[in-house]
Write a protein that binds this ligand. Structure first.
Ligand SMILES: [Zn+2]
Length: 478
């Protein structure tokens, strides 16, 4: 397939999505440009990471909302009079002519963007709202606790009425879901409300061939960023997208498309996917087993999941490999490099490569800020030079595969921001790039018929997509 694209342009994500991801605050756009090549064993992928997955420290987090009309808070909920949510605009004053001129109108909206380490009580403190008000809100409607589960990059909009009292707190937590706490004017009590847009799900397919980068190819195929990332995650056990992607690689994907009023508003799960890497084709299909556990399997029912994923940092670049005879860049003498370095901007999330229990969090001389995870009795992984740890990660914390445990930095002996990653088997260092990783359980024989029946339609869709792509490639070259 021949595709025209310029891979450095802004991705054409739906506007709604962009607004949700960026909020009023800066949209941090990190472009990690790396190209695949045939000869060099180099590492190539391009992606732009939305701010919500990043934790680069920001200095200004609180700002007045400049366009209240664009905020959810300005949409009055049915049980609240519209005046409650007005921001200080000339029109809002006009609409209240009865107000005495000497009574100042204190109504306003304030937007707060959640930073790494932010808490709801901390934000209430910053806004000088008082701890007791927060305690009242949380006790008046237990569902309001939803607001305590903050994510970095999430935007909270606080509105205040004319007397300066808190009228509402709202947050768009996804393009389709928003939550708010609204004070009922009559009782003065705060109630929680959730607004979810109803979508219909349709099945869709996409396919492409890598010419310059994975992102360029997925964009040319009309795949949103999230779907590209999901596809990379489906194959994360077998393909190291930081170094294995090559020109000529191809992919097909069957996925759920979320529709709202005839418009595509997002993607759901990947139902089946195929990736041909250096001539070798991998197929993955999603299946929920009799126990209710959903996972990806190869078409024959063996698990495509492994106990460990290959890459702890998405779309990074390997800057130093496992090398027992390496000359240390800072110490300038032979010192074995018993791990792999992944270069990525400071603040890029680091994922636990397998399920396990945190056995060490802290400073470890040359390693800087380090986390060690114990995976059962046999395996251990180590993550060093971190900029910081994810919230809630401490000694003894159970972590799941893919969970964000911290962020890339350059603490300890490091010349630039990168993750130093080690893999230990029975206490000895092994090369994480070449070590064969253990796989998860296959579909039991007794369930095989059901598995085949459930997954066959998706595999057929993949086949069909693959065939049309081949036909298209033929027409392109003829
Ligand atoms: Zn290293």
């Amino acid at each position: 397939m021949t595709t025209q694209h310029s891979h450095l342009k802004q991705p054409a994500y739906p506007k709604k999505h962009l607004i949700a991801a960026s909020g009023v605050a800066a949209f941090i756009s990190l472009i990690l440009v790396v190209y695949p090549s045939k000869e060099v064993e180099a590492k190539k992928a391009v992606l732009e990471l939305p701010a919500s997955t990043h934790t680069t420290p920001r200095t200004t987090a609180i700002m007045p909302v400049s366009h209240p009309g664009k905020n959810l808070a300005s949409k009055p909920s049915p049980d609240v009079p519209p005046a409650v949510n007005t921001a200080p605009t000339p029109s809002s004053r006009q609409s209240k002519p009865e107000q005495a001129p000497e009574t100042p109108d204190l109504s306003r909206s304030v937007s707060v963007v959640v930073e790494n380490g932010s808490s709801l009580s901390g934000i209430f403190e910053q806004l000088e709202l008082g701890h007791s008000l927060l305690m009242n809100i949380l006790s008046q409607d237990k569902k309001s606790h939803r607001f305590t589960q903050l994510k970095v990059g999430q935007e909270l909009v606080f509105t205040f009425d004319q007397s300066g009292d808190l009228a509402s707190v709202s947050s768009q937590i996804s393009p389709l879901e928003s939550i708010e706490i609204v004070r009922t004017p009559e009782s003065g009590r705060y109630k929680f409300a959730q607004h979810v847009q109803e979508t219909t799900i349709t099945e869709a397919t996409a396919s492409g061939v890598i010419e310059s980068s994975l992102l360029a190819a997925t964009k040319a195929a009309g795949m949103p960023y999230k779907l590209a990332l999901d596809m990379a995650n489906v194959f994360a056990y077998d393909i190291d997208f930081a170094r294995d992607v090559r020109t000529g690689d191809s992919f097909e994907v069957v996925y759920e498309k979320k529709m709202l009023d005839g418009q595509e508003v997002g993607t759901g799960n990947i139902l089946a996917a195929r990736y041909t890497n250096k001539g070798k084709t991998l197929t993955a299909v999603r299946y929920t087993d009799k126990k209710g556990q959903t996972s990806y399997y190869n078409s024959d029912g063996t698990s495509s999941r492994r106990a460990f994923i290959r890459t702890p940092v998405d779309f990074s670049r390997i800057s130093s490999k496992y090398n027992p005879g390496r000359k240390h860049p800072i110490l300038n003498r032979i010192r074995a490099h018993k791990g792999v370095d992944y270069a990525a901007p400071t603040g890029t999330p680091i994922k636990a490569t397998g399920n396990g229990k945190v056995s060490f969090v802290g400073n470890k001389s040359g390693y800087g800020k380090t986390i060690i995870i114990q995976h059962g009795g046999k395996y251990r992984t180590l993550y060093a030079h971190m900029n910081g740890y994810a919230k809630g990660i401490k000694n003894g914390t159970n972590v799941t595969q893919g969970q964000i445990i911290g962020y890339v930095g350059m603490t300890g002996l490091a010349t630039g921001p990168h993750l130093h990653y080690e893999f230990h088997v029975n206490g000895s260092h092994v090369d994480p790039l070449s070590h064969k990783l253990p796989t998860a359980d296959p579909i039991p024989k007794a369930e095989m018929a059901q598995f085949k029946q459930a997954t066959q339609p998706y595999l057929a869709l993949l086949e069909k997509k693959s065939a049309t792509q081949l036909a298209k490639a033929d027409t392109d070259t003829n």
